[in-house]
Design a protein around this ligand. Sequence first.
Ligand SMILES: [Mn+2]
Length: 329
Amino acid sequence: MDKDLKTIYQDILKEIDAASHVMLVMHQKPDGDTAGAALALSHYLDTLEKPHTCFCIDDLSPTLKFLPGSHKVTTDSVHWNPDEAKFDLIIVLDAGDLKYAGVADYIDQLNHEYKLINIDHHATNSGYGHHQLVVTDASSTCEIVHDLLDSIQALNKEIATCLMTGLVTDTGCFTNLATTASAIDTAGKLLLKGVNMKSITDKTMQNRKATTLRLWGRALERLQRSPDGLVTTVVRLKDIEECGADEEAVEGVANFLNSLDDQTDAKAIMVLTERENGVVKGSLRTTHPLMDVSKIATLFGGGGHKKAAGFAVSGQITQRDGQWHIEPA
Ligand SMILES: [Mn+2]
């Protein structure tokens, strides 16, 4: 093993040992990776009988409620009250910076001594915290937490279930570019701990609410392909209301549609979604090896990654002569 990594593991485990109360932080709009990583550590802290809090500024989505220990997640900001905060160690999972984590302001206001640990796999991680366990070639933060806990043989079935969830969601069920040999290797080790893989993939990747499918149906029906290979569709506020769709359904449209055959059909997909207050959000996705959709997003003042990017403009979506337009609100 990398000697540096081993030293970081020891430093982190020492901090956990010394702490009297640990604050585990998931990033805002929590996904399977941040939730799985935080809850895996929560189960580990349980085995040490170490008092701790699992915090996220947003609720876990219903699809993640199956995670063992999900009932422990609190969104109550009272835990950060500077006069009452009792934690002396903060561990932030899967967040490139504290603002993205959603706790930057809370941490700024603290007036007691604490240590901060940053565990993440984003290439853009800002390097915050007293200790950084940032492994940018890891498939997921859950893979990093796996390696940390496996180094002290601390894995059990509950921990493994949480960690497998992050691996499954961040790799798109072992199909996207994050699917490295070590991701597969880690998944194999987790299976040996008794994880029910089918149940995790069903819950995170397969099971959809009827309201979600209804909304996605509208997006599917409207797909238009431009001659240069950009496939576009729109979701209006009216659609979201009429379908009774939740935020997860709205956010999920672009990922769901990112399965077009890039050789024959599409170079990229763009979903325009009408949001509150006269804002139209654009979500761009591609599986095409030569496409960089962040360049398209940048044209509209947005940004992101090569394969997933977005932007927001003001306006509303209207239809004229069978074509969709964004017009000033
Ligand atoms: Mn992640």
